[in-house]
Design a protein around this ligand. Structure first.
Ligand code: PLP
Length: 306
């Protein structure tokens, strides 16, 4: 699906074709950018489009700009307005994936810290087949970046060279996706999602020191699962534990909740989406679509701001 006709560049709504930066800007030359992938969900009954956990995404984006030592760390209000103005200009009343990138502009040397730009765009997204049917995953031969190399908890553009290499390898070999391991050989995360598995009736997920992005969906799943009475354990996970798991799934803003059916062509549990995975999916979609009212602070309405 193509990007919507209007984008936002440095706080101004512009037509897609006019959303341009210089080919020698710092983000192009050195990968000096940080970004967010968010979702907005249309609730037909409430006739409202809700951006999910906007505050947390903007906090993470500001954190990324700080760590990249950008000389401008945009205020959350400015970034929220840029995003919402763009959505409204596109008259979006359907589910969409939203992308925001804070980038090094100008044409300067490696250690430049500004000027800094901000771009936002939206891509309408119909429901995903993978959420319903599940996916087949391989362990990557590419190791996950580590915190003292390119910190995975900073969602920087440059990090995704690692994710892309792993994803392409998996696709070449006929898999839907990839599970990356840390330098120590422990389970880390996927190319665009965090990992959960079910063992002995509890949810297990790699802890935040396992070279993962500190995922907002992961946090959402942990909260919702605990509210449903599930036990959630954040810890170091071995690769061979995953082959023994009863269920597994991905979680991420873009991926949503996708059942993982096999790892390296070995069935996880029965090789079909498990019941705890389905329970997490139900709670997740009720939350993001604004059907459950347990976390109203997670939802930013686009058309009737409060
Ligand atoms: C590498 C990686 N891990 C995890 C996630 C999930 O993060 P979030 O739930 O904040 O979207 C993403 C999604 O952007 C990602 O790219």
């Amino acid at each position: 699906m193509p990007t919507s006709p209007f984008m936002s560049l440095n706080g101004r709504v512009v037509p897609y074709a006019e959303c341009t930066i210089h080919a020698f800007s710092g983000v192009v030359k050195y990968g000096a950018g940080v970004f967010e992938g968010l979702r907005a969900y249309w609730n037909a009954e409430r006739e409202e489009l809700f951006v999910f956990r906007l505050k947390e995404h903007l906090d993470r984006l500001r954190y990324g700009m700080k760590v990249l030592r950008f000389d401008t760390v945009f205020e959350a209000d400015f970034m929220a307005k840029s995003l919402l103005d763009m959505i409204r200009a596109n008259a979006l009343r359907e589910n969409a994936h939203l992308r925001m990138i804070a980038f090094l502009d100008g044409d300067d040397e490696l250690a430049a810290t500004g000027p800094v730009g901000l771009v936002c765009g939206a891509i309408p997204r119909p429901p995903s087949k993978a959420v319903l049917d599940g996916v087949h995953v391989a362990v990557s031969t590419y190791g996950r970046l580590s915190d003292n190399v390119l910190p995975p908890r900073v969602k920087s553009t440059a990090n995704y060279v690692n994710n892309r290499a792993a994803e392409m390898e998996a696709k070449r070999n006929g898999y839907n996706g990839v599970l990356m391991l840390t330098g120590q050989g422990k389970v880390s995360e996927g190319s665009g999602a965090c990992f959960f598995m079910v063992r002995n009736g509890a949810l297990h997920t790699p802890d935040v020191a396992s070279d993962i992005l500190e995922s907002i969906t992961r946090d959402t799943v942990i909260q919702l699962a605990r509210e449903m009475g599930m036990t959630v354990i954040e810890r170091t996970i071995d690769r061979h534990e995953v082959y023994a798991a009863d269920e597994a799934f991905w979680c991420g803003s873009g991926f949503e909740i996708q059942p993982i059916l096999t790892l390296d062509r070995l069935a996880i549990g029965t090789g079909t989406p498990g019941s705890m995975t389905r329970d997490v999916q139900r709670a997740y979609f009720a939350a993001v679509e604004g059907r459950s009212n347990t976390h109203p602070d997670w939802l930013t309405p686009v058309w009737a701001p409060t």
